[in-house]
Design a protein around this ligand. Structure first.
Ligand code: AMP
Ligand code: ZN
Length: 111
């Protein structure tokens, strides 16, 4: 059994509020939202972070975010995509994830 928190979410061992899913990607609400809308997009394949993510999975996540936002206010108003990498990047969960933040005017580059 995986000890990875987000793999546990993928395996339904830990609950999450799903907002999007396809064959490759799962997305859910961040438990500690830093904007009115704050979602995490993860690949169903475990990788530690952006450095370890396959190019195929990067494409799948890109496509998923575009599908999810298409036709919504996120698309027209704008949003931010962030992936934190290792210590200086502020990464705390070591299963690659892309924060999607929006629903309000975001300030600066902090999340
Ligand atoms: P990072 O600091 O970039 O590694 O982001 C990890 C994110 O995971 C943080 O924004 C946390 O609020 C979020 N998080 C941690 N545990 C959970 C959980 N059980 N469900 C949803 N989001 C979580
Ligand atoms: Zn994992």
């Amino acid at each position: 059994m995986s000890e990875c928190l987000f793999c546990k979410i993928l395996n339904n061992e830990i609950p999450s509020n799903r907002v999007y899913e396809d064959d490759y990607v799962y997305a859910f609400e961040d438990i500690n939202p830093l904007a009115k809308e704050h979602y995490l997009f993860i690949s169903k394949n475990h990788s530690e972070n952006f450095n370890d993510l396959s190019s195929d999975d990067l494409v799948h996540i890109h496509q998923a975010i575009k599908k999810f936002t298409s036709g919504t206010k996120l698309e027209t108003d704008g949003y931010r995509v962030v992936t934190n990498i290792n210590s200086f990047g502020g990464q705390t969960v070591f299963h690659t994830h892309f924060h999607v933040l929006g629903g309000e005017q975001l300030k600066g580059f902090g999340v």
